[in-house]
Design a protein around this ligand. Structure first.
Ligand SMILES: Cc1ncc(COP(=O)(O)O)c(C=O)c1O
Length: 314
């Protein structure tokens, strides 16, 4: 909460904050608390795999917002507005996005928050990658203090401090929602362990230079992998503006070598070329695959070369 305030001017108070066992846990609890049976939740595509299932578990219906690859998977307020119905309860935002790396501008984020607030709709902003925004226009909707009453922010230490296995996430939101999330949490998992809480305090209150350095390194790796992917004939790839994934379109290979879908391509490439990527179907985008570049240039080189050979032989 103090870190978030220092970085984004969000001024959340203690009773508006809860620490959970990872960002996914915070998201899960927030959606269970906010979504009732029959409620609609607007979800931009491509989406991080867990959003859809967690909404369904809460009894909600996902209303998918299709984006345009030619526009870098951009999500605009107008696109969201078109999908609003009397049943809309929540709009999920995830900027920078997993898997596409798309980043919403501060203006677009502000507009979405405003239009949601005018209609009594909640905005849940998943900020897991907020410190891995490469646009130099980093922003959190938490800065829009006058709209806090209809907004939940979900964060994680997994990416910012490379602490995935430690399991520490958080939610920021109105005290009533946070209190309900705390009740749910106290009757299920309880809190993150005290040991991890201490580690989180060290990460959040210590020097933040490591985050700046890691971000700079990810930009270098992003440029490297996108350049390498674009050099493979038949591969199209947008330039991700955040997170640490490339999301190339491999649909030009469908129909070659008996391959009909991204999942088949990814499966065969894993078995035959030993390159692990994630098929786009789970993200709602069957023409794509997700390539993580959270590794070294040497590893990326090996992977790209194997990928190139595998695709050329199809
Ligand atoms: C968009 C997004 N949200 C939430 C999470 C959950 O992160 P964690 O539970 O490790 O904090 C992830 C992890 O990949 C993610 O990509």
């Amino acid at each position: 909460m103090r870190r978030h305030d220092a970085d984004f001017g969000s001024a959340y108070r203690r009773e508006e904050t809860v620490a959970s066992v990872g960002g996914k846990h915070a998201l899960f609890n927030a959606l269970q608390v906010l979504v009732d049976h029959g409620d609609e939740v607007i979800l931009p595509v491509p989406y991080w795999v867990s959003f859809k299932d967690i909404v369904r578990y809460a009894g909600g219906d996902c209303v998918l917002l299709e984006t345009d690859e030619a526009q870098n998977f951009r999500v605009t307020p107008a696109m969201i507005e078109r999908l609003i119905t009397p049943r809309t309860k929540v709009i999920i935002l995830n900027s920078p996005s997993n898997p596409s790396g798309a980043v919403m501008s501060p203006e677009d984020l502000t507009e979405v928050v405003k239009l949601a607030s005018q209609r009594g709709i909640w905005v849940l902003s998943d900020e897991c990658y907020v410190y891995l925004n490469y646009t130099d226009r980093n922003f959190s909707v938490g800065a829009l203090r006058e709209y806090h009453d209809r907004m939940g922010i979900l964060g994680s230490l997994s990416k910012t401090y490379a602490m995935t296995g430690w399991r520490l996430g958080y939610a920021l939101g109105p005290a009533a929602v946070i209190s309900a999330m705390q009740k749910l949490q106290s009757q299920s998992t309880s809190n993150p362990t005290s040991i991890v809480q201490k580690a989180a305090v060290a990460a959040l209150s210590g020097p933040q230079q490591c985050v700046t350095e890691m971000r700079a390194e990810y930009i270098r790796l992003r440029d490297y992998v996108v350049h390498g992917l674009r050099a493979i004939p038949g591969v199209q790839c947008t330039l991700p503006e955040g997170a640490f994934y490339a999301f190339p379109n491999l649909s030009s290979f469908f129909g070659r070598g008996g391959i009909r879908a991204a999942s088949e391509l990814v499966g065969r490439r894993l078995r035959e070329a030993y390159v692990a990527t994630v098929p786009g179907e789970g993200f709602g985008s069957g023409n794509h695959i997700r390539v993580s570049y959270a590794t070294t240039v040497e590893e990326l080189d090996r992977g790209l070369e194997r990928m190139r050979k595998f695709l050329a032989a199809l």
